[in-house]
Design a protein. Sequence first.
Length: 77
Amino acid sequence: MLLSLLLVAVITAGGSAVTYLIERDEPFLWRAAAGCVIGSGIFGTIAFLLSMAGGLTPITAVATLVVSMLPLAVFSR
């Protein structure tokens, strides 16, 4: 249970970073809600594509998580 909550939190953080590219002046709750939807969409799409190419393995799951976290690079500037 704790692992799945951590996974959802990481996916939401990645999706929330994407919302900064869309809107500048929105409250945190809006960013968290939109980030969860956007992050889940990114995670699901990338997981599907990588699983089609290489099978559903722990390596593809970790690679998908890394790709889902790439939008966090927005915060580096």
